[in-house]
Design a protein around this ligand. Structure first.
Ligand SMILES: Nc1ncnc2c1ncn2[C@@H]1O[C@H](COP(=O)(O)OP(=O)(O)OP(=O)(O)O)[C@@H](O)[C@H]1O
Length: 303
């Protein structure tokens, strides 16, 4: 279990992480979401003891990570897939990690096979694609067979087959009872990957709940209605309590009323329908509106 309490990190005038409190539990894949610059990497680095909190505390299974002599055997992490010595082979890189963490060298071939780099194990990492480097970073995180795993943007650079593979891997790790904490700046990546979500913006906690709770709270459903004589229907819809956004003279988005009821009303008022379609807003748009105030550098804004 990862327990974070009132965790704060300031760099001069910048508060990268601001009074964050949450817990990441075993047996689940927890997505750590926030726009660029929200403070995800800084938080992950504090969990690993690589950055020192300005205030607050973070422990893994009750102990600050820095106080753990077993290192990689307790927490495995992929922080920056590019942060490897390009002149080394994957096998040499992982063997060095294994030696310094007293992990049996036999694990190296096991994890290389697991991430699909068995054949490329002897090649220089400098010649690897971004996706291959991500796989190598994941191999490094798995090396010590740890109960707690942290991944910073692990889907970056992976092709669709790689994304599916990573999702399956995270699921299996969680099903084995491990704690899996995965950062991303895209809800679309997390909605098929995570069971729980921790959402932050400008270093502050915005949401901490299951994916199902987040969807129920944020995904709004609406109905698209297209009709040549729409105005006849709009008054009837409003009179029955629906909210109608007239997008075009013949096209409206209706909320607060099911498509069946709208169809019945149209029939009663003899309005011909050309389109009647239920829609659910994507979780991505819910995430974007939740974090809209926390975007550090919005596109198109005058600086
Ligand atoms: N060493 C540092 N010195 C000064 N400011 C820093 C430092 N590290 C991070 N920051 C600032 O802290 C804030 C949070 O950065 P962080 O990298 O943790 O965000 P993030 O959520 O991981 O973003 P991204 O998705 O872009 O990786 C940013 O405003 C960043 O500029």
């Amino acid at each position: 279990m990862i327990e974070i309490e009132r965790l704060t990190k300031r760099y001069g005038a910048t508060t990268a992480v601001d009074q964050l409190t949450f817990t990441v539990r075993p047996g689940t894949v927890t997505g750590f979401l926030g726009p660029n610059g929200a403070g995800k990497s800084t938080t992950l680095r504090m969990i690993l003891g690589l950055n020192t909190p300005t205030e607050g505390s973070v422990t893994v299974d009750g102990v600050p990570f820095a106080g753990r002599p077993r290192g990689l055997r307790h927490v495995g992490a992929l922080l920056d897939a590019g942060d490897v010595h390009g002149g080394r082979s994957a096998k040499a890189h992982l063997s060095a990690l294994a030696r310094s963490n007293r992990i049996p060298l036999g694990r190296v071939d096991e994890v290389l096979a697991e991430v699909g780099l068995g054949k490329a194990a002897g090649r220089r990492i400098g010649g690897y694609s971004l996706g291959m480097k991500q796989r190598l970073g994941i191999a490094g995180a798995l090396l010590g067979d740890p109960p707690v795993l942290l991944f910073d943007e692990p889907l970056n650079g992976l092709d669709p087959e790689g994304v599916l593979w990573v999702r399956g891997l995270f699921r299996r790790l969680a099903d084995e009872g491990r704690t899996v904490f995965v950062s991303s700046h895209m809800m679309a990546e997390m909605e098929h990957t995570a069971d729980r979500l921790v959402v932050i913006g400008r270093g502050r906690l915005i949401a901490d709940e299951s994916l199902a709770e987040f969807s129920a709270r944020n995904a709004r459903s609406s109905v698209a209605v297209r009709a040549p004589e729409l105005s006849l229907l709009v008054d009837a819809l409003r009179a029955e309590g629906a909210e109608v956004d007239l997008m075009e003279p013949q096209f409206a988005i209706v909320t607060g009323m099911a498509a069946e009821r709208i169809g019945e009303l149209a029939h009663r008022h003899k309005v011909v329908l050309h389109e009647l379609a239920s829609r659910t807003s994507s979780l991505e748009s819910a995430f974007m509106s939740l974090t809209a105030d926390s975007i550090e550098y919005p596109a198109g804004e005058a600086r």
